[in-house]
Each structure stands twice: as structure tokens, then as C-alpha cells.
Design a protein around this ligand. Structure first.
Ligand code: ZN
Length: 168
């Protein structure tokens, strides 16, 4: 989102060159730039110790299967957000977490940070947000997730990295 008015004082913003960023919205009152803002989310391929990935159906959108995803709260690290969302949505405890890649979404209004998590414990689907969940192989998940979706891109990247590490 591009700022038109200063979020602090409400003045109409001018534009001013800032470093090598080009013209950036600038508040003359506050003497500071307001860079374009976007929300940041995490999306995680949650894996069990058999190397299967968790696909869920959400109550509000039951027609497709999705990965665990959610907004990062102000002051929270992306890794803490991933652990929190996984705990809230699945009841599972993360034992390992690794960054996969980032994906701009919604015409630049959102940046999704992709993670792969290994988790243990009992998978719950009683949070109210989740209709059902199942563990599948990475190949099955790539086929089941919406073609071209960020979820599918994350799982594909996790699968391709495993293929490279464990050549048959
Ligand atoms: Zn201002």
C-alpha cells in the first residue's frame, strides 16, 4: 500500500528522493519517509517424522486444501509466528523449522515467508478454524494443492530439495 497521508500527523505527503530508493512519500511535518507498506505472513509445510506433509481444510473455505498460514503480529519474529500458528491450528509442537523462500502476493500488498516445519504431538482439528486435516506424501500434496498457489510452490521446493539431498 502506498501512503498518501502521513500515518502519524495526517499531513498530505510529498515525494522526495531517499538514498537509492528513488522518490518516496515524505512528510514535511515529521521529516521522515513513509515507504510502501504490506502485511507479512508465514506459510508452512508442516511435516511429521515420516516426511509427510499436513494438508488442512478450513471451515471458512472448505473447497480447497491449504497449508498452515497466518499473519505475523507486530513485534513477533517470523519463526515465532510459524510456531504459534502451527500450535493454534494443529496442536502440534514444532521441533525443527527452516526457511524455504518468500513469495509476494496480492499485487504486493502481502509478502508470504515460506517455511518447512517438523512437528510432533497429536494433530487436533478442534480449533474451530479447521474442518479436517490429513497427512500426505509431498508428491500427493503438490498434486492436491491449487495449481500455481504459494502453498504448492512451497511444498514443491521442499520436495525438490529432498530429492537433491537424497538421490535414489
Ligand atoms: Zn507527519
Amino acid at each position: 500500500m502506498r501512503h498518501t497521508y502521513c500515518p502519524d500527523c495526517g499531513a498530505k505527503l510529498a515525494e522526495r528522493p531517499v538514498g537509492d530508493e528513488g522518490l518516496v512519500p515524505w512528510c514535511r511535518n515529521c521529516g521522515r519517509p513513509w515507504f510502501d507498506s504490506f502485511s507479512t505472513c508465514i506459510i508452512t509445510a508442516v511435516m511429521n517424522d515420516r516426511g509427510e506433509v499436513l494438508l488442512q481444510r478450513e471451515t471458512r473455505r472448505p473447497e480447497r486444501e491449504v497449508l498452515v498460514a497466518g499473519y505475523i503480529k507486530p513485534g513477533e519474529s517470523a519463526e515465532d509466528a510459524a510456531r504459534r500458528e502451527i500450535a493454534e491450528e494443529t496442536g502440534l509442537t514444532v521441533t525443527a523449522l527452516r526457511y524455504v523462500a518468500s513469495y509476494p502476493h496480492m499485487n504486493g500488498d502481502m509478502l508470504m515467508l515460506g517455511y518447512a516445519a517438523t512437528a510432533e504431538g497429536e494433530n487436533r482439528t478442534d480449533s474451530g478454524e479447521i474442518l479436517s486435516a490429513r497427512w500426505t506424501t509431498l508428491d500427493e500434496a503438490v498434486a492436491a494443492l491449487r495449481e500455481g498457489s504459494i502453498a504448492q510452490q512451497v511444498v514443491r521446493k521442499v520436495r525438490d530439495a529432498q530429492d537433491t539431498h537424497n538421490p535414489e
